[in-house]
Design a protein around this ligand. Structure first.
Ligand code: CO
Length: 141
């Protein structure tokens, strides 16, 4: 079980990040609250706050990146759903005990100082799921 405390964000793969930021600025009627280039994931992101959650626009840093390959095979659109958890290590242990297939066995750094891990879509009915532990709730281990 994940036992999420909320939806952290919905990730949307885009082919042109600047054009998509313009589109979402108009669609949502607000400015992005955060921009970040995450080299380790091969993405550049823009976050729009919606309530306590975000819409995350994801541009690929190259064709041979996870989002680049997604865009090549499926085109732009919804990429993943991210749940917020209080303790990512505990959540991963519980999922492993449940026999859920994980992409990331251990937490890794995400944007905004978060810790993240991905769950394989084969275990979730075809949805790529990301778990996010906010920097503010980081537990010292
Ligand atoms: Co994400």
């Amino acid at each position: 079980v994940i036992e999420p405390s909320g939806i952290d964000h919905v990730g949307i793969a885009v082919t042109d990040l600047e054009a998509s930021v313009e589109r979402y600025r108009g669609l949502l009627g607000r400015e992005p609250v955060h921009r970040e280039r995450v080299e380790s994931q091969g993405v550049e992101e823009a976050l729009f706050a919606v309530g306590g959650s975000y819409v995350q626009l994801l541009g690929a840093l190259g064709p041979d990146t996870p989002v680049g390959r997604f865009l090549a095979s499926r085109g732009p659109g919804m990429h993943h759903l991210a749940y917020r958890v209080d303790d990512l290590v505990v959540a991963l242990e519980r999922l492993r005990d449940d026999g859920v297939r994980l992409i990331d066995a251990e937490p890794r750094p995400g944007s905004r100082g978060t810790l993240i891990a991905f769950v394989h879509p084969a275990s979730t009915g075809g949805v790529l799921i990301e778990l996010v532990q906010e920097a503010t709730s980081a537990t010292r281990r």
